[in-house]
Each structure stands twice: as C-alpha cells, then as structure tokens.
Design a protein around this ligand. Structure first.
Ligand code: 5MM
Length: 358
C-alpha cells in the first residue's frame, strides 16, 4: 500500500489524526493566544490593567463557556495560559480537553523589522524551537501556530516573501518532528488602498513560496493546517467586496495553490467585523471543497464577548453567551448555513486599525 506520509517521523499518524479532529464538520478554532502586550491592549479597551490575574480571569471565562466544544475544536493559547490554572484552580488545558477542545500553542516570538527590506517585518522564534515544542507537547499542546505578516503597501519585497515562507516552512518541519500540527499563518495585512486583484496576486505569490519551501523541508501536508487571510480589497480601497466576491477570489486562490492533501483551511479575521467574517466564511462554504474550510478567529470571536464582560464578575455569564453566539454562527457558516439574521450592532462594527501592530 502507498504510505500516507512523506516522512517517517514517529508522530506521523498522530499528526494526521490531530489535524483531522481539528478540521471536523461544524467546528473551528478559537484564537486566544494574544501575547501579553496584545492582551494588555484588549484589557485596556475595557479599562482593566494588564495583570496576570486579569488575564487569568478573562481566559478562565473563555475556556469555561458551557457547550463550547460543540463549535470549537481547538483553542490556541499563549505560553502563560498553557501553564496556567483557571481562577478556581483547574488547569486551563484540562478544562479545554473535557470539552473535546484541543489545546494549541503560539510558538512564534513575534515580529521585528526585516533589515534590508522596504520597512517590512520578519518573524522570530526558530532558535530553541524544537525543545520548546517538546515541552509544550508534554504540557498537553497538540498543535502550534506561527504568524508572520506580509504588507502589500510596503511591497511586498521578494526578500520579505521569501523570509516569511522559509520561516514558516522551518517552523512547520520542527513542529511536526515534535508531535505538534503546525498552523501555517502568513497574514497578508489589510492595510492599503489596493483592489482585490492585487491582494489575489500577492496571495498567489506568497502561497506558492510557502508550499515550495514546505516541500523542500519535507513537511507532511496531511499533518498541517493553514491560516490564510481572506482575499479582500485593501481596507482603504474605495471599492468594497461582497461576501460572494471575497469567496470567489479566495476559493480561486485556494484551488490554484493548496494541495487537497491539506486537511483544513482555518481563516483569520484580520480586522473584519464579527458579522463580516462570518458572512464571508459562509459564502465560501456554499459548494464542495477538497479541504475543511473554517475559522481561527481572535477578534471576530472575542469582540462582543470582551465588551460584554467589561471586567465585571456579574457579566461573566452574558459574556460567555456572547462568545457562544459567535462560535455557533461560525459553526453554521462552516456548514454553509448561516443567515446573518438577528446580529447585534456591536457584532457589525469593523475592527480594522491602520498600521496595526499586535
Ligand atoms: C490572538 O492574536 C494572535 C497573536 O497575536 P500577538 O502575538 O501578535 O499578540 C494572532 O496571531 C491571531 O491569532 C491572528 O492574527 C488571528 O486573529 P484575528 O483577530 O485576525 O482573527
């Protein structure tokens, strides 16, 4: 029989199983891996200080939403949360596992200026990555996430695209060697006045290189997940795109660039409003695709929830209900059955911030 895998790592079968279970019908990923600096910005927006106790209170609220596992198959954590307990002393990881939600871990070390480029960035984190991945596996993580960015107004330069692709490929190979399914996330930022065609062109270039280097690094495609940006016009473009147009361009990109061996495409929201991100996902799921097409949203799942909580214990239940509403809406969108009816004004607010850095 033909071997499923292109590399004989001891984790091969497990990686395939993990990726499949995350990419299961009607479910997607809750990205809650804000680094301390980003989490601080979120907490500041509701008037809270960026303390470990406040981060713990917020993450406790998120992981303990009743029935969350019905719609969420994986939760990406920041390192602090992977080792943290809830406010009532249970390991966050165990609370997730009880709901059949797989714990994941952000392993990149963030963005820094890329010397020699047009004011672009590169993503750090390869040094010591193998031993960190091994420790995270021991701690219960089963998948990893590495987010790098590509800017259209700043180029993107050939150097920046190559660096982003190479970094993602090395990270993916190292994660697989250590039993973690890598989520491959080259975010193409929304900034710019360009139209949807330009985003499409850049995305084709980026994904071609990502897969070229992943092949060179013997990454096993059956054991990865992708986290792309949807193909949309730049945030400052005067022409807006409908969900049907976003779906048409994005699916065209995926069909051209993503092998069917990849089990799941888990989109990021990138500053879209909660409703917009759900409508776009729904439009992409109106027909059959070779991959599971789903979500891995942070802002587009958490925004109303965070605002509803406002740091007040008496609002925890309502905030949890708000998260469940978004998770359910996106679950329906994964199945192509979301109607967009009855959404709140808060959920329709865009979250794009020009020149946004986490
Ligand atoms: C949750 O934010 C993630 C990590 O950000 P920082 O380390 O930079 O603080 C981020 O990678 C996120 O998972 C993705 O961008 C998707 O989030 P959105 O809000 O775009 O759906």
């Amino acid at each position: 029989s033909v071997s499923l895998t292109v590399r004989a790592g001891s984790y091969s079968d497990e990686l395939v199983k993990t990726a499949k279970s995350i990419a299961s019908p009607g479910r997607g990923i809750l990205a809650m891996d804000e680094s301390n600096a980003t989490c601080g910005k979120r907490l500041a927006s509701i008037g809270l200080e960026n303390t470990e106790a406040n981060r713990q209170a917020y993450r406790t609220l998120l992981v303990s939403v009743p029935s969350l596992g019905q719609y969420i198959s994986g939760a990406i954590l920041f390192e602090e949360t992977l080792y943290q307990s809830t406010v009532d002393g249970k390991k966050m990881v165990d609370v997730l596992k009880e709901q059949n939600i797989m714990p994941g871990i952000k392993v990149d070390k963030g963005l820094v200026p890329l010397a020699g480029s047009n004011d672009e960035s590169w993503c750090q984190g390869l040094d010591g990555l193998a031993s960190r991945c091994a420790a995270y596996y021991q701690q219960g993580a089963r998948f990893a996430k590495w987010r790098t960015v590509v800017s259209i107004p700043n180029g993107p330069s050939a150097l920046a695209v190559k660096e982003a692709a190479w970094g993602l490929a090395r990270y993916a190979a190292i994660s697989q060697d250590n039993g973690l399914v890598p989520i491959v996330e080259p975010e193409i930022l929304l900034d710019g006045e360009h139209g949807i065609e330009r985003t499409f062109e850049v995305a084709q270039k980026v994904w071609a290189e990502v897969f070229f280097y992943m092949a060179e690094n013997n990454v096993m495609y059956e054991g990865i997940l992708l986290k792309p940006s949807m193909v949309t016009p730049g945030a400052e473009c005067k022409d807006k795109a409908t969900p049907e147009q976003v779906a048409e361009y994005t699916l065209k990109l995926l069909h051209r660039r993503i092998p069917p061996a990849v089990p799941g495409i888990m989109f990021l929201s990138g500053g879209q409003s909660e409703v917009e991100a759900t409508l776009n996902l729904n439009a992409m799921n109106q027909g059959k695709t070779p991959w599971h097409v789903s979500f891995s949203y942070a802002r587009a799942l958490q925004n109303t929830c965070l605002k509803t909580w406002g740091g007040r214990p008496e609002n925890v239940k309502a905030a949890q209900e708000a998260l469940l509403i978004r998770a359910k809406a996106n679950s329906l969108a994964q199945l192509g059955k979301y109607t967009g009816e009855g959404e709140s004004d808060e959920a329709k607010k865009g979250m794009f911030v020009k020149g946004y850095t986490y």
